[in-house]
Design a protein around this ligand. Structure first.
Ligand SMILES: [Zn+2]
Length: 116
C-alpha cells in the first residue's frame, strides 16, 4: 500500500496495491501543476477528501474537477464531474512507498498516447 496526503494532512489517499506505473501527463494543466497520477480505473484507490475542504477548478467542457486543499494549496486529485472516475496526485505520496514505481510519460497535449 502507498499512503499520500496533502501537506497539512486534511486530504489523504491510499493506493491499495503498489502499481507497476503511474502517469505524468503534459497536457495544459498537468504540466503546470507538475502532477503524477494514479487513476481509479487502473489502480485500486481510496480517497478521503472531506466535503468543503478543497478548492475546485474546472474549465473548458468542465468534465473534470481539479481539487486543491483549501488549507495548504496542494493539488490532491481530480474527479470526473459524473463521479465515474478519479485520480490521485502521486507527488503527495510517500517517497519511500513510491520507490520502484515507474512514471510513464503521457502525451495529453497532442497525441493522447504514451511516449514510451
Ligand atoms: Zn492540505
Amino acid at each position: 500500500m502507498i499512503n499520500g496526503s496533502c501537506h497539512c494532512g486534511t486530504v489523504t489517499f491510499q493506493i491499495l496495491e503498489k502499481p507497476d506505473s503511474v502517469v505524468s501527463c503534459n497536457c495544459s494543466i498537468c504540466r503546470k501543476l507538475n502532477t503524477v497520477w494514479a487513476h481509479s480505473h487502473r489502480i485500486k484507490l481510496a480517497l478521503n477528501a472531506p466535503e468543503g475542504s478543497t478548492h475546485i477548478y474546472k474549465w473548458g467542457d468542465k468534465d473534470l474537477e481539479f481539487h486543491s486543499c483549501k488549507t495548504c494549496g496542494c493539488t490532491t486529485h481530480w474527479m470526473a464531474t459524473d463521479g465515474s472516475r478519479y485520480a490521485v496526485n502521486c507527488q503527495l505520496a510517500s517517497e519511500t512507498d513510491m520507490d520502484g514505481v515507474r512514471v510513464r510519460r503521457f502525451d495529453g497535449a497532442q497525441t493522447w498516447a504514451f511516449l514510451d
